[in-house]
Design a protein around this ligand. Structure first.
Ligand SMILES: Cc1cc2nc3c(=O)[nH]c(=O)nc-3n(C[C@H](O)[C@H](O)[C@H](O)COP(=O)(O)O)c2cc1C
Length: 159
């Protein structure tokens, strides 16, 4: 049985956009390392100072990972949208797909969100999952080493 947990939160990461991106890169690296180890997949979106995240896997590891995330001082105002069983993973290819860490991502978000202001608190869980899936698919999906994340991110932080 697969469990899927969806929440959103407000980022507390401050600094220049390069510092913010670097900090998020650290989160993504830790996520991929830890999640792969415990069989959790998912997606993390950073947009307009808010995080939205989906975690999927067996119940115990999903709870364990969410326990770490909840205790993290880099965000606050966590709001749990859903924690329920599901038949299949929405982000099976990714220990943690990431959206919102490059200029390209921002442009894609603007297109997918079609100018609406993005407010995860006002989206249904399904709308949020579908939006994340669409953004992940548009960016090539997955998080294999060859996935497009690393280079755009490095460009975004000015290296
Ligand atoms: C918005 C957000 C999402 C995160 N997502 C994950 C995650 O999916 N998996 C994970 O292991 N850590 C995640 N973290 C980081 C954890 O809070 C914690 O820093 C990390 O698990 C520590 O790993 P380490 O001891 O291996 O460095 C997230 C943190 C934030 C702020």
């Amino acid at each position: 049985m697969i469990y899927r947990l969806v929440y959103h939160s407000q980022s507390r990461i401050s600094g220049s956009s390069a510092e913010v991106f670097r900090s998020i890169l650290g989160i993504v690296k830790a996520s991929r390392r830890n999640n792969a180890r415990v069989g959790v997949t998912g997606a993390l979106m950073f947009y307009d100072g808010a995080f939205s995240q989906v975690l999927e896997g067996d119940q115990a590891p999903v709870k364990e990972v969410f326990g770490w995330i909840r205790a993290d001082q880099r965000h606050d105002r966590l709001s749990l949208l859903s924690f329920a069983t599901t038949t299949e993973r929405a982000f099976a290819k990714s220990a943690m797909a990431v959206i919102g860490t490059s200029e390209q991502d921002r442009e894609r978000c603007n297109v997918v969100l079609a100018g609406k202001s993005y407010d995860p608190a006002l989206m249904t869980t399904n709308e949020l999952i579908l939006t994340l899936q669409r953004l992940v698919d548009d960016s090539g999906g997955g998080d294999a080493p060859s996935a497009p994340m690393a280079r755009p991110l490095m460009r975004a932080v000015g290296h």
